[in-house]
Design a protein around this ligand. Structure first.
Ligand code: PLP
Length: 441
């Protein structure tokens, strides 16, 4: 066995050696050996306005010098109040109430507490289960992981995890039956979702949680058209809340402020993270609809809460500076334009590399699958390491991509560059990706 160093920063793979980053500018990162990398993953779908943006650094410095931290039960603060209002203005319909936490996992946990609390306030305390889907990811804390249909990450924790029920995934390319239309597949998978809900005692179900487009667990799995609105209708009919996990899809990643908005769907709770701060601060949160907040106001008067750093001025001021960039520079328009360029380039590469299958996505959230052999359609590559090995190969070609999916179920790669990426930088990304693909075969 290789011996451990005396002391070290612990890595996910204990003995892994990563390049040491020195600095970042825009979509590029530089390590201490002088190598340049194009950040084609925004780290983990996070660095949405790119690296080293001076005006964000200035805003952080100014807020830190004014007041960095106050506690949420002692003071409110102007940056957090302004941030809540500006996010609500971009969110669909009456998702008008924001609470801030520090990570996507905490945000999905907050959604559990909100859903369970909502029903308790309404005199239905038995409604405590949150139904999620297979092939989904909602975070690594125990409640969030309990809701995650992520078979690679769950088994280690056994009965520490809550046994929430699970519904089927929505991915026509893999799960539609031969000859089934998209509409037919959508109806069938929604019917199966409802069957999973009904297999439980309805009086015990508080909510369902879905990612509008599945990210880390599947690699940009876009559901069939009409899926989210059918789910919304089902939740209303069965008396359960709908939680949308927009930790990846929120804040412009799909070309809209929120992916639910593109589908005209208003969840009861919308969870966000990552892009809200563009990686410049550890901030995430949730938006609640008016009727949800009214239940707490009319009941105990106490809304769900948590966390020392919730709504701290420094984090909020950071997010405001990131929002300024997103709004002022028409970044969402850039996402739609550059998304079309990226899609066209990926489809072209897939034609030249037949093991690269099912290019799918929206905006600047794209994924593709590695199949077992060239030309096979849906058979997943059974090698657990394919996506990880390809990610390492890309890194050697100066390109950061994100290995997604749950091998051996699927072996996917996510391409999710900063939303500010330019036309020539997309061309550079595709060029580096193409060179890595050439070497793979
Ligand atoms: N929800 C989704 C959809 C995610 O993709 C992630 C992280 O990748 C999380 C929640 C958890 O967020 P965090 O890693 O910030 O805790």
């Amino acid at each position: 066995m290789t011996s451990l160093p005396t002391s070290a920063l612990l890595k996910q793979t204990v003995l892994a050696e990563y390049p040491q980053v020195e600095y970042g500018r825009g979509v590029y990162l530089y390590d201490d050996q002088g190598h340049q990398y194009l950040d084609g993953a925004s780290g983990a779908m996070t660095a949405s306005i790119g690296h080293g943006v001076a005006e964000v650094a200035d805003a952080i410095r100014a807020q830190a010098a004014t007041v960095a931290f106050t506690y949420r039960t002692q003071f409110t603060n102007a940056p957090a109040e302004r941030l809540a209002a500006r996010i609500a203005a971009h969110a669909p319909d009456d998702l008008d109430y924001a609470f801030f936490v520090n990570s996507g996992s905490e945000a999905t946990e907050y959604a559990i507490r909100t859903a369970v609390g909502y029903w308790r306030e309404r005199g239905l305390p038995a409604k405590t289960k949150v139904l999620s889907r297979a092939v989904s990811y909602h975070g690594m804390t125990m409640g969030a992981l309990s809701m995650s249909g992520h078979d690679a990450r769950r088994p280690d924790y056994g009965n520490l995890l809550h046994p929430f029920p699970v519904a089927p995934p929505a991915h026509a390319w893999r799960y539609a039956e031969a000859g089934e239309t998209e509409a037919g597949y959508c109806s069938r998978t929604i019917a199966e979702f409802e069957a999973a809900v009904r297999a439980e005692d309805l009086d015990t179900i508080a909510a369902v949680i879905v990612e509008p487009i599945v990210g880390a667990a599947g690699g940009a799995l876009v559901p069939p058209a009409g899926y989210l609105s059918a789910l919304r209708e089902m939740c209303d009919r069965l008396g359960i809340l709908m939680i949308a996990d927009e930790v990846i899809t929120g804040f412009g990643r799909t070309g809209d402020w929120f992916a639910c908005g593109s589908d005209d769907v208003v969840p009861d709770v919308l969870v966000f993270g990552k892009g809200v701060s563009g990686g410049y601060a550890a901030v995430a949160g949730a938006l609640l609809r008016r009727h949800v907040v009214e239940a707490f106001a009319a009941g105990s008067g106490v809304a769900p809460f948590g966390h020392t750093f919730s709504g701290n001025p420094l984090g909020a001021a950071t997010c405001l500076a990131v929002l300024d960039v997103l709004e002022r520079d028409a970044v969402l328009e850039n996402v739609r334009r550059r998304g079309r360029q990226l899609e066209a380039g990926l489809r072209q590469l897939a034609q030249a590399h037949p093991r690269m299958a099912d290019v799918r996505g929206r905006g600047l959230l794209w994924g593709f699958e590695f199949t077992a052999e060239a030309g096979t359609t849906r058979a997943p590559d059974p090698a657990r390491q394919t996506a990880t090995a390809f990610t390492e190969l890309c890194s050697r070609h100066g390109l950061i991509v994100y290995p997604a999916g749950i091998a051996p179920l699927n072996n996917a790669i996510l391409i999710t560059p900063p939303l500010t990426i330019t036309e020539s930088e997309i061309a550079d990304l595709l060029d580096r990706l193409g060179r890595a693909l050439e070497q793979m075969e």
